[in-house]
Ligand binder design. Structure first.
Ligand SMILES: [Zn+2]
Length: 122
């Protein structure tokens, strides 16, 4: 009986030893590759949330351009020697040939034009 037990023990231990080399299913190269893949996956997993969490660049609307007086904010009439704001009704009625554009009222006044009494250009 004792011998049988010993044999069994021996057999099981031999079996265990025989199975041992088969235990690691991967070869060294496979292990390396697996480790590499694991690392890559980890890196990707790390990178993925970063890009996902990144809020879309806020497309903030550009601040509305300040109303800058156009180059010809003042329109003078060569014939009547008066100058008007560009949006004055007289400007619309003015003959294109009589129109003289000025950047501002001061320039028109310097040129000898009188301000219109209706639109009062300044
Ligand atoms: Zn006017």
């Amino acid at each position: 009986m004792k011998r049988l037990l010993f044999t069994l023990f021996l057999a099981s231990s031999v079996l265990a030893v025989a199975q041992a080399p088969a235990a690691p299913p991967q070869t060294k190269a496979e292990k390396k590759a697996a480790k590499k893949a694991e690392k890559k996956a980890a890196q990707e997993a790390k990178a993925a949330p970063a890009t996902a969490a990144k809020p879309a660049p806020a497309t903030r609307p550009a601040p509305a351009a300040k109303a800058v007086p156009s180059a010809s904010a003042i329109v003078a009439n060569k014939d009547s020697k008066t100058f008007h704001r560009a949006d004055c009704t007289f400007v619309a009625k003015m003959k294109p040939a009589n129109r003289v554009a000025f950047a501002n009222a001061a320039e028109a006044a310097r040129a000898g034009y009188k301000p219109c009494k209706v639109c009062k250009p300044e």
